[in-house]
Design a protein around this ligand. Structure first.
Ligand SMILES: O=C(CO)COP(=O)(O)O
Length: 125
């Protein structure tokens, strides 16, 4: 599967922990991330991850373009619901495209845990 990983700044540590906790699954999939999230994940986990631009500089839109081209299967996007984002329209656009193309998108750790079960189930065939 092709999995996109994104986290707003205050959620990056939580995403890193989540990825480390599920590294046996993530290592078997194609991974994509926005710029800073990807940089931190690569440094902290050693996983191979394709990095796009930073979110505020267009990274969410680049991942949205992949969704529109059927090139992303799952999005894990730890959003910060308490901090205004300068690129909120881009964030909304990505959420919208995930609905247009019916791509599972987890915006918090609870849903991401459920999505991992889904991925592991698919992996088992
Ligand atoms: O802002 C983001 C998502 O909206 C994430 O971007 P970075 O991974 O570059 O911080």
């Amino acid at each position: 599967m092709k999995i996109a990983l994104i986290a707003h700044d205050k959620k990056k540590e939580a995403l890193i922990t989540f990825v480390k906790d599920n590294i046996d699954t993530f290592i078997n999939h194609g991974l994509y991330a926005t710029g800073t999230t990807g940089k931190m994940l690569i440094e902290e986990t050693g996983l191979g991850i394709h990095r796009f631009k930073s979110g505020p500089l267009g990274g969410d839109q680049e991942i949205g373009a992949m969704v529109a081209n059927h090139e992303i299967d799952v999005i894990i996007f730890f959003r910060d619901p308490l901090t205004a984002q300068p690129h909120e329209p881009d964030v909304s656009a990505l959420l919208r495209l995930s609905d247009v193309y019916d791509v599972p998108l987890a915006t918090n750790e609870g849903t991401a845990g459920a999505v991992m079960h889904y991925i592991n189930m698919k992996d088992r065939g």
